[in-house]
Ligand binder design. Sequence first.
Ligand SMILES: Nc1ncnc2c1ncn2[C@@H]1O[C@H](COP(=O)(O)OP(=O)(O)OP(=O)(O)O)[C@@H](O)[C@H]1O
Length: 227
Amino acid sequence: MIILDQTTKRYQGGHEALRSVSLQVEKGEMVFLTGHSGAGKSTLLKLITRIEVPTSGQIRVNGHLLNRMPKRQVPFYRRDIGMVFQNHQLLMDRTVFDNVALPLRVSGAHPDDMQRRVRAALDKVGLLKREKYYPQMLSGGEQQRVGIARAVVNRPTILLADEPTGNLDPLLSREVMNLFAEFNRVGTTVMIASHDLGLIARMPYRVLTLREGSLVRSSAIEGLRNG
Ligand SMILES: Nc1ncnc2c1ncn2[C@@H]1O[C@H](COP(=O)(O)OP(=O)(O)OP(=O)(O)O)[C@@H](O)[C@H]1O
């Protein structure tokens, strides 16, 4: 579960990226996070991954109070969170297998275990036959799916994505969103920051909307659908 309680984030220089945001995402829920460019979506995801810390207010994730988490505990905490980026941030000189294996190498997994888990993750995103390919040999949609496999290889309970369909055409965007929905169906909590209102409106999930750092709406999307 993700809980923000009157969370404010002011960056150095004084810009208030988030203003007293309170929200709760239930365990096993899938939500979209939307808002204009600069509204604070990435900042919110960075607070949840503990890349940034709030200036005031609290964040609690899976029972951990992030404000008070000692630095040495952060890598362990992050193993339970998968992160997907718009530009997927794959290593272009490594194979698909090695890219997906990266988080397991960092956490010191046993080689046998690594192989099994990388293949399981690639299987889930439909890329089992591409493990020996290099990223540039794949389409944009496939590259994004490698990024998703890497994010889930540690079997995180929370999956976060920052504009994961930003570079994809509508069909591939839909495929990628459906993939997130599949991970959600088996129990993963999913939060996706996205500008793609058309796509979001077609999916049955709660939408959190930020405007200039404030949460302006947290609702089901009936209005959007009917409108
Ligand atoms: N490290 C930083 N230092 C100072 N200001 C920052 C920093 N990171 C973000 N900001 C500012 O905070 C505000 C919110 O940024 P953020 O990246 O969270 O927005 P966003 O909603 O994700 O935008 P986009 O959709 O364009 O990615 C912006 O005004 C941005 O310029």
